[in-house]
Structure formats: C-alpha cells, structure tokens
Design a binder for this molecule. Sequence first.
Ligand SMILES: Cc1cc2nc3c(=O)[nH]c(=O)nc-3n(C[C@H](O)[C@H](O)[C@H](O)COP(=O)(O)O)c2cc1C
Length: 272
Amino acid sequence: MIQEIKTVVFSPTGSTEALVKEVGTALAGKLGVPVSHDSFTLPAGQKKLRSYGPDTLVVFGTPTYAGRVPNKALPFVQTLFEGHGTPAIALVTFGNRSYDSALSELHNELTSRGFSVFAAGAFARPHAFATIGLEHPTEEDKALLNTLVENAAKKVQNGNFSDAVIKGGAPVAPYYIPLGEDGQPAKFLKAKPLTDPAKCDHCGKCAAVCPMGSINKDNTDEVPGICIKCQACIVYCPKQAKFFHDDRFLSHKAMLEKNYTRTAHSEIFTGE
Ligand SMILES: Cc1cc2nc3c(=O)[nH]c(=O)nc-3n(C[C@H](O)[C@H](O)[C@H](O)COP(=O)(O)O)c2cc1C
C-alpha cells in the first residue's frame, strides 16, 4: 500500500521542479496520501543518501541536456538514491528540440537502483537558453499530464507496477552533439558566464543558485568551478547582470532558434 509520495528533482531553472511537483501533488490528491518535496539541484542536496521502501512512491525528474540526463547530475542519480521495490514515476523536461534518450536513461538508472518505474513522461517546456518552446505547456501538454496522473493512479490502485517501457526499450544513444549555425559541432564546454559590472551589485544570488557551487560567493565575477551552462545564474539574477559571450555557444543558440521553432510534442509511457 502506498503511504506517501516523495518528489525528487534536479532542476537548475525550475521547469522540471514545477512539473514534478504538479504530478506528485495531483497523484497524492487522487490517492489520498501526503506528498513531500526533495531536491538535489544545489550542493546541500547532493550530499545526503536517500533510501526508500515499497510503500513510498517516488516521482523523479531531471531536465534533458544534450539528449540525456545532465552528465554532471547523473553521478548523483547513481549514488544518492536507493529504492527497495520502490514504485517510481520518471519524468524529464526538454526545451522543444528533443528529449532523445534522456527518459530511457533515467528509467534505466532508476530501475538498476531498485525502483520499479511504472509510469514515465517527457514534457516539452521553454528552452533554458534558446528562445524556443515558449508556448509550452500547451493544452496538449496539460492533457497528457492529466492522462499520466490518471493512468498512474489506476496502476497504483490495481497494485500494477509493470514496467513503463520507453520507446520500445531502445538503448540509450550517445550524447547529442550541439551544432552551430554552420551545421558544424559547436564546442563550448569551457564557456562560463560573464558579469556586467554596471549591473551587478554583488548580492551573491548567482553563487547561491549555482548547482555546481562554481561561482565564488566572495567575488561573483569569478567562476573557478565547472559550468554546466544550466542558466540558473542568468535566470535568477535580480539585475540581469550575467550573460554568455562565447561565440560557439551563441551560434548553437542561434541554430536552435532557427531550426526548432515548431511545437515539439510531449510523450507519456504507462506500460498500457
Ligand atoms: C546545457 C543544456 C542542454 C540542453 N539540451 C537540450 C536538449 O538536448 N534537448 C532539448 O530539447 N532541450 C535541451 N535543453 C533545454 C532543457 O532541457 C529545458 O530547458 C529544461 O526544461 C530545463 O529544466 P530546468 O528548468 O528544470 O532546469 C538544454 C538546456 C541546457 C541548459
């Protein structure tokens, strides 16, 4: 018997967190059980181990980065979470290009950590750094979310935690290679955010929201650590002082804005 729902997210700019909370809260309402929310977005949440039993239902979400679970979040998925026959719903968001293998990868990782992934969904949302997908969530996205919650509730009520097979069980593909406007690979791994000194008042918000803890909180102009391009420092800066100036990164952004203007479709998998 499911006694509680726990939501768990990695969500630098908040879209995945909003989705996962919405699904978890709606399902908890249908099942009449309490829901609580957990996150490993920030360093504080990346240190504690979590272990769940069969009476907890976990709703787990990450964004899609390069067609996969963000590679710097993957080790946390693999080392911090342990299920013991724990039913789980796997969710990914993606920024209107494609979720490629992200949901399959999340499904496989959770399954190998003792979770029974009985429902899953990939939901299109606005892109974190390209101006595409602003129309999401569309009416179609919302209807799919409702169907996912209804189907998941039915499965729980029937004690049916059969596997939600993603894309026919297709294997996880290599990372998507970001392209530039010229169609060539755009290598921007080393790009880091810059700071406009005329706007920054050194409030420290960017350092506080960086999932990698990479921005020096005593001098926020400095980014000594790794940058995953998640955009949290840009989105949450109250002065709009952070920006990317890397040519290859901006070329990739422009390519996305040129080629991915159509409305991408969300998809759900409930094994039925
Ligand atoms: C570094 C990076 C890589 C991304 N790669 C993809 C991608 O391969 N496909 C896609 O459709 N969206 C991609 N996106 C967009 C995100 O998946 C989307 O904006 C997501 O909802 C962000 O989640 P969050 O708000 O929880 O951080 C990428 C975003 C970032 C920051």
